[in-house]
Ligand binder design. Structure first.
Ligand SMILES: *Cc1c(COP(=O)(O)O)cnc(C)c1O
Length: 427
């Protein structure tokens, strides 16, 4: 499908039924697969043949959907995970081990920040966080001999900063390591990080890709461009024999295009599980079929809401890269020419109390710990996700007590604005 536009790929990539086969991707609700001879099955265990033997590692439903996501991102291989958290963990742990070091943008999702700074630290993997606005010199200074990956988010959740993907990719490549980009917020419809130099792309498919708040999931896509063998000393897991697979060397046997995902499936999925259920993969694919139709509407609503909020006296500040006043507008024009996403954050003048009252007054926008859904939802970090912090600590973390994150859904923008207007009136 590689010659078709991304719109067509959203609908049809990943699965082409044969004569008389189901039009929709079948849900292969089976833990296991049957073989005629032990020899046939043995070939699968030796990675000599491709096929399925146990759904903890691989399932045909998932692989159709992963193949679609690989095509959307312009990658060579992909896999689905049980969540976005699992996708980022697997992507990093596939090339990092005890004693490795990661350079990561400090402007990332809180869950990923904890994963890297707390859980990976317990496994002996250290991190240097850098500002997403770091200069080339500052970036280069963050690398160490044991650096194995660079990590960032195209549009950060919830800070809404835009990553200078080319700058981060150049720094990573100058130090012989890949750039991993979490592309959850823009989705490949609005940005394809591989085209700007990213090597591995991850997703929380829970967000826009699913788009209906129906299924938690994640995905990892390999660009197939990073030359592991050229940096074999840094990536022994890919470039030296795997004793747990009869001495296979992934980068030799599966090449640049296939090594990363094959190792991640054969080793990490085998040992850690965390695969997406076939049922969830099916639901995810329903979301993907309309992703190209939904994203422009999320962007349209996000921009309209951001512009409205910016014009309001009771609103101190609005963060949305699509606004000309936003510090990330220039980067957004470069990397997100069709817009980024529907998530907007803004600060109310009256702080925590005003935020609480305002959200209670909203009728269409529900209070939820979620974003990127067809229905508009909102959250005040100070009274929810960051509740343990006092106002002083919140200020230091760059999350003012009156900050509200609103994820604009697919409703009519005039209804959304009217809802916001009446709630502003009430405070
Ligand atoms: C939500 C999110 C995650 C985590 O994904 P889950 O599916 O909730 O595990 C990771 N990265 C970003 C950017 C997210 O928005």
């Amino acid at each position: 499908m590689s010659n078709y536009s991304i719109n067509t790929k959203c609908v049809q990539a990943g699965y082409t039924p044969g004569n008389g086969e189901p039009r929709q991707i079948p849900i292969i609700q089976s833990t296991t697969f049957k073989y005629d001879t032990s020899e046939d099955m043995g070939k699968l265990f030796d990675l000599e043949a491709t096929g399925y033997f146990y759904t903890r590692l691989q399932n045909p439903t998932n692989d159709h959907v992963a193949a679609k996501i690989a095509e959307l991102e312009g990658g060579t291989a992909a896999m689905l995970t049980s969540s976005g958290q699992a996708a980022n963990f697997f992507a990093l742990f596939n090339i990092c081990e005890c004693g490795s070091h990661i350079v990561a943008s400090s402007s990332i999702y809180g869950g990923t920040f904890n994963l890297i700074s707390v859980t990976l630290a317990k496994m002996g993997i250290e991190v240097t966080f850098v500002s997403p606005d770091a200069s080339e010199e500052e970036l280069n200074a963050a690398f160490k001999d044991n650096t194995r990956a660079v990590f960032g988010e195209t549009i950060a959740n919830p800070a809404l900063t835009v990553l200078d993907i080319e700058k981060f990719a150049n720094a990573a490549h100058a130090h012989g390591v890949p750039l991993i980009v979490d592309n959850t917020f823009p989705t490949p419809v609005n940005c394809r990080p591989i085209e700007w130099g990213a090597d591995i792309v991850t997703h929380s498919t829970t967000k826009y890709m699913d788009g209906h708040g129906a299924a938690v999931g994640g995905a990892i896509v390999d660009s197939g461009k990073f030359d592991w063998m050229a940096h074999a000393d840094k990536f022994p897991g890919l470039c030296t024999p795997d004793e747990s697979y009869h001495g296979i060397t992934y980068a030799e046997k599966f090449g640049k295009e296939g090594a990363f995902i094959t190792k991640c499936t054969a080793q990490l999925m085998r040992d850690l599980g965390c695969i997406q259920s076939p049922q969830n993969a099916f639901l995810l694919n329903l979301g993907l079929e309309s992703l190209h139709v939904r994203m422009p509407r999320h962007v349209e609503n996000g921009l309209a809401v951001a512009k409205f909020l910016e014009s309001q006296e009771k609103v101190v500040k609005v963060n949305y890269p699509g606004l000309e006043s936003d510090p990330y507008h220039e980067l957004a024009k470069k990397y997100l020419p069709n817009g980024g996403c529907g998530v907007v954050s803004f600060e109310l003048a009256g702080g925590r109390q005003a935020a609480e009252k305002f959200m209670k007054e909203l009728k269409l926008a529900a209070i939820e710990t979620h974003v990127a859904d067809a229905r508009t939802c909102c959250l005040n970090p100070a009274t929810s996700t960051h509740r343990q912090m006092n106002d002083e600590q919140l200020k230091e973390a760059g999350i003012p007590a009156g900050l509200i994150r609103i994820s604009c859904g697919l409703e009519d923008k005039n209804d959304l604005i009217a809802d916001l207007a009446q709630a502003l009136e009430a405070i």
